[in-house]
Design a binder for this molecule. Structure first.
Ligand code: FDA
Length: 319
């Protein structure tokens, strides 16, 4: 195959995997099939710290001993049962307390649709305030993940409403959206770290390839703006050419700029930044709701699909 057909196959596979990621029917089917769930779990554990808070805390401590900070996320999204939402909020409050007492510089990341936004905006606000009230006195940062189209507007407006009262509250923005330029300016008006990512959801590009040159160009532009503003930020990408381009700019404000990658993805690049004296962090998810996360990771990097399939086949053969 030539480069163009390789690229076409990659784009089509990535699109299919992103569609699978957000398909609730498929997610429920996987969760209800113990064999499939177990086989896929083997693939998921490469990207996820483990099934519970203790695994995440162990991993955060080990990372800290290697000079890498973490952002812990009890995974989940689209929670429509009140019991699931209440349990998630309790878990985040406990995770906040536990990370603070560990003293390993860990922050918390969360999806608002995991703590009430899939039910009611006011519920999400109240729950987010509860988590922030537990985190703020200990100085623990809480960062909102940015989700798909259904929730994006609410996530931004809830953030802008609460951020003036909670200085350690931050947000993630997706560079692949044209609206992000405006959103970024609004977020720069309030305190709190701004994490810039390319964006993982397929509907973002309305069918365009998420890795296309225009997304990369937009990422470069927005990250320059962010770094030059002096605002606390996280440059959250594994892209070596973008990282190389930002090294000099970020060196002027090293205390405000953090480099952040996903747990077990391109770790050697993060370690290289650490060795250059930069502050580095990994996004460290835990829990059993790894479905969306796993499929996003497979969509981003085709070799991951091969590794995942091999792990699944081995698991199925062993049964
Ligand atoms: P890109 O996908 O172009 O990859 C650049 C290079 O990085 C690849 O060539 C490969 O070498 C390596 N790479 C990338 N992904 C890999 C993978 N899965 N496995 C192995 N290698 C890989 N998205 C979102 O929509 N909302 C959010 O809240 C977040 N939150 C978030 C937090 C943090 C800390 C990070 C790093 C990322 C996110 N994301 C996210 C995901 C983000 O939008 C994006 O999908 C991934 O980071 C991949 O994009 P890159 O910027 O790495 O570029």
């Amino acid at each position: 195959m030539d480069d163009a057909s390789d690229r076409a196959v990659f784009t089509a596979s990535a699109k299919a995997l992103r569609t699978i990621a957000v398909d609730r029917g498929l997610r429920d089917m996987i969760r209800s099939s113990p064999t499939l769930l177990h086989a896929l779990e083997k693939a998921a554990w490469r990207f996820v710290a483990g099934p519970d808070r203790q695994s995440a805390l162990r991993c955060a401590t080990e990372l800290h001993s290697r000079g890498i900070l973490s952002s812990i996320d009890f995974q989940g999204e689209d929670a429509e049962a009140r019991s699931e939402v209440d349990a998630a909020v309790d878990e985040f409050v406990e995770a906040t307390r536990a990370t603070a007492s560990l003293n390993v510089g860990a922050s918390i990341s969360l999806n608002l649709s995991h703590i009430g936004l899939a039910i009611d905006r006011a519920l999400a606000v109240a729950n987010c305030e509860r988590i922030l009230a537990a985190a703020t006195p200990t100085g623990t940062e809480v960062l909102l993940n940015m989700e798909g189209d259904r929730y994006r507007e609410d996530i931004l407006s809830i953030y802008l409403d609460l951020a003036p009262r909670f200085s350690t509250f931050g947000i993630t923005l997706q560079a692949c959206l044209s609206r992000t330029e405006r959103d970024l300016e609004m977020c720069l008006e309030v305190p709190g770290r701004i994490r810039l990512v390319k964006g993982a959801y397929d509907e973002l590009g309305h069918g365009t390839d998420i890795r296309s040159g225009s997304v990369d160009a937009q990422y470069r532009r927005l990250s320059q703006r962010l770094i030059e503003s002096g605002h606390a930020c996280a440059i959250a990408t594994h892209d070596p050419s973008i990282l190389a381009g930002l090294l000099a700019t970020s060196a002027r404000r090293p205390e405000a700029v953090e480099f952040e990658m996903l747990f077990s993805v391109a770790t050697h690049r993060l370690e290289k930044l650490r060795d250059l004296g930069r502050q580095v962090r990994v996004y460290l998810p835990y829990g059993h709701k790894w479905h969306l996360y796993l499929f996003h990771r497979l969509a981003e990097h085709p070799p991951n699909l091969h590794v995942a399939l091999t792990a699944m086949v081995k698991e199925l053969q062993a049964r």
